[in-house]
Design a protein around this ligand. Structure first.
Ligand code: NAD
Length: 297
């Protein structure tokens, strides 16, 4: 299908280019390293962490993994973060969300060294992003910018409608798109659970970014002719499959692909880009901490 944007292909190209940055660091005696921390038995979280580790292995990025019991005291997680902050062999730290209830999530985000905060969720890094001087762009919205670029979707002057206002997708996406930058300069509308008449908003959009976490919330009748549709959603719905479920996006792909000029599938759209931009941030963190400048893709 001509208008389906293959996130795996775009992601592979960036990963190949990242190899060159990693080789350049290697020439200077630097090997990037990512620490992943998992404090959960949620199968989706376990899958995400192992996908991230595998992607690191593939690119010769060192990865260390810390696993904590989901019912361990919160202090164990705070201490683990302190250890990783102090470890000169660790360039990037990723605490897989969500964390259990006994943990203060905001404290976790605040306690990661901002220089190692490859998710970009530390308040200092959020502030820098909003101020137009990002250190680490959050992986999912950054990946979406790269996807739009790969599909030659112009953001400048475009009306982008972001559906969702989470701290990890919706808000940073909106912030990136309004930046005075070639991959920004959009007019942005942010919709959320209290938005009245979502369809009237999305129909006006040149770019729809669906990040509501609600299966097939947006169908073809809500998409204007020629729009670019980016589906961030990953929803498990019961299905007659081996696993008993299937993954569907926030967009009803079959009906939206008619009016859309460009559309991302689920899986194989935004997901691989998120991991690629995590690798990118890890390489960037290593380069900054070793004070060895390398070109990044
Ligand atoms: P979230 O639950 O934190 O936020 C969802 C947002 O959508 C909220 O701000 C809410 O106000 C809004 N919303 C919910 N129902 C709505 C409705 N009916 N109309 C309009 N807005 C509505 O979710 P999140 O962490 O931002 O993730 C969103 C989705 O993206 C989830 O399915 C998640 O699994 C997926 N996700 C995918 C990737 C990836 O790399 N592919 C990364 C992060 C999140």
């Amino acid at each position: 299908d001509g208008n389906v944007l293959d996130g795996n292909a775009v992601s592979d190209r960036i990963r190949e280019d990242l190899r060159e940055s990693i080789d350049a660091l290697d020439d200077a005696g630097v090997t990037p390293s990512l620490a992943t921390v998992l404090m959960s038995t949620d199968p989706a979280s376990e899958t995400y962490v192992s996908m991230k580790q595998r992607a690191c292995d593939d690119l010769n990025i060192d990865s260390v993994h810390r696993e904590l019991d989901a019912d361990a005291p919160a202090a164990e997680l705070y201490d683990t973060i302190d250890d990783l902050n102090a470890d000169p062999d660790v360039d990037g730290i990723l605490v897989q969300m969500p964390v259990p209830d006994q943990v203060d999530k905001r404290r976790v985000l605040r306690s990661i060294d901002p220089a190692k905060d490859v998710d970009g969720f530390h308040p200092e890094n959020v502030g820098r992003l909003v101020a137009g001087d990002p250190r680490f762009k959050p992986c999912t919205p950054h990946g979406i910018q790269r996807l739009l670029d790969a599909a030659d979707v112009e953001t400048e002057g475009a009306h982008a409608v972001v559906v969702g206002r989470s701290d990890i997708v919706g808000k940073p996406m909106a912030n990136l798109l309004i930046q005075k930058a070639p991959d920004g300069n959009a007019t942005v509308t942010v919709c959320h659970s209290r938005t009245e008449d979502l369809a009237s908003m999305t129909r006006q959009a040149d770019i729809v970014i669906a990040a509501a976490g609600y299966p097939e919330l947006i169908d073809g009748s809500m998409i204007g002719d020629g729009a670019a549709v980016i589906d961030v959603g990953v929803n498990r719905v019961d299905a007659d499959t081996e696993k008993g479920y299937e993954l569907v996006g926030d967009v009803d792909f079959e009906s939206a692909k008619g009016p859309a000029d460009v559309i991302t599938p689920v899986p194989g759209g935004v997901g691989p880009m998120t991991i690629t931009m995590l690798l990118y941030n890890t390489v960037k963190a290593a380069s900054q901490q070793a004070d060895v400048s390398v070109e990044l893709p």
